[in-house]
Design a protein around this ligand. Structure first.
Ligand code: SF4
Length: 262
């Protein structure tokens, strides 16, 4: 009962679970480069089968619209961005139209995506930069894209990968961070370091689709709070410490050291 002191027969309160990012994977993991490559190939085969022809969820008709949509998607759902961009691009149909727009008026159109003042400043600034420095065309290199207001490495990877089909890196969003850690492709928490680890293990011709697949998997099954491991086709290959499938519960129990005198 609430408020009463615990008696000796009562179970001790469970220790608080660590956040996913701090937990270590469990189970037997590949040790050699070859084992890691084989495991990756098997995981990628399953992901490709489960999520065939994965696409960027942000609606766009060209790399410019994708850049704007990606900037708007920070701290916001793709669905919400997709509700806002038709009106935005109807009102400002070209790079020049947005470059010449009034920032406050743009902010009102994108208001529902959150952080609208900053985002409006960034997309108008991006339009001006692209018009002045790149003749109105979204640049095709990471180096150039990183000079565009609002475009950090993740945004640049989205635009290059899904806008131009250029594999410049692996998009690391919140889903990729979580699923890549659970699948033991990285132990890092910093997105730049996670991307570096993924680029080392994922062949370059898979970089674009692999991040789409992890994002789709994070949305479909590998949820942040309670992943749906019993339904996951990667269950047998996954060592995540917070798995919810019975198989791992048994494995965790078996891994406990035996008590003396038993
Ligand atoms: S088994 Fe569970 S934790 Fe591992 S990838 Fe699948 S859903 Fe995520």
């Amino acid at each position: 009962m609430a408020g009463e002191p615990a008696t000796g027969s009562e179970k001790r309160p469970r220790p608080k679970r660590k956040p996913v990012a701090e937990r270590k994977p469990v189970g037997k993991q590949p040790r050699t480069k070859r084992e890691r490559e084989e495991r990756f190939a098997e995981i990628e085969r399953i992901l490709e089968e489960t999520y065939p022809n994965p696409q960027c969820a942000l609606h766009h008709r060209n790399p410019w619209e994708l850049l704007v949509a990606t900037i708007l998607s920070a701290q916001c759902t793709d669905e919400r961005v997709n509700m806002v961009t038709p009106e935005l691009f109807a009102k400002y149909p070209t790079v020049r139209a947005l470059a010449e727009a009034n920032v406050e008026e743009v902010a009102q159109v994108i208001r529902s995506t959150g952080f609208f003042n900053n985002k409006a400043k960034n997309i108008v600034g991006a339009a001006r930069r692209i018009l002045d420095a790149f003749g109105g065309e979204v640049p095709r290199t990471m180096e150039e894209l990183l000079t565009v207001p609002g475009a950090a490495r993740k945004t640049a990877n989205v635009v290059l990968g899904s806008g131009y089909g250029i594999a410049s890196g692996v998009v690391v969003d919140t889903h990729v961070q979580r699923v890549a850690r659970r699948l033991a492709f990285t132990s890092e928490v910093d997105p730049v370091k996670i991307e570096r680890d993924l680029m080392a293990i994922v062949p370059q011709d898979h970089w674009i689709n692999f991040s789409h697949e992890l994002i789709l998997h994070g949305r479909a099954l590998c949820f942040a709070r309670k992943p749906n491991c019993p339904a996951c086709p990667l269950d047998a290959l996954c060592f995540a410490a917070d798995k919810t499938s019975a198989e791992v519960a048994v494995e965790k129990k078996a891994a406990k050291p035996a008590r003396k005198g038993r």
